[in-house]
Design a protein. Structure first.
Length: 124
């Protein structure tokens, strides 16, 4: 997720939230930037998924910290999802190996028990 600060914001209109969290409504980007400059704060947009995008007035320099925090969180989430997917793959592969050995064992003994019937496999 990208965090845009001040002039990086491309939208013509934004949904603005003030310093204390008060909703200021839909305003033009130029008006929001003028308000930010007059108060000595940054205009920060954290979500690009809605139209107009929600933006907030935050203390100078805090916008950059928010951007860095978002970037670090996204890197962490990417690493976690990759690890989770690898675990799922290894678990499913291990379960297939176990099932295959059960089927071979059942086929060798001449029995057709639950694992054999579930797969419909023919012993080889």
């Amino acid at each position: 997720m990208a965090v845009l600060i001040n002039e990086q914001i491309k939208a013509d209109e934004v949904v603005l939230t003030g310093l204390a969290g008060e909703k200021l409504g839909v305003v033009s980007k130029s008006e929001a930037l003028a308000m930010a400059r007059s108060k000595g704060v940054d205009l920060v947009c954290t979500s690009l998924m809605s139209s107009p995008p929600p933006c907030s007035l935050v203390a100078k320099g805090k916008g950059k910290a928010i951007a860095q925090k978002e970037a670090a969180a996204s890197k962490t989430n990417v690493g976690r999802t990759a690890k989770t997917a690898a675990k799922k793959r290894s678990r499913s592969f291990a379960s297939l190996l176990i099932l295959r050995s059960m089927i071979r064992h059942e086929a060798a003994s001449g029995r057709q028990t639950s694992a054999f019937r579930q797969t419909g496999a023919v012993g080889r």
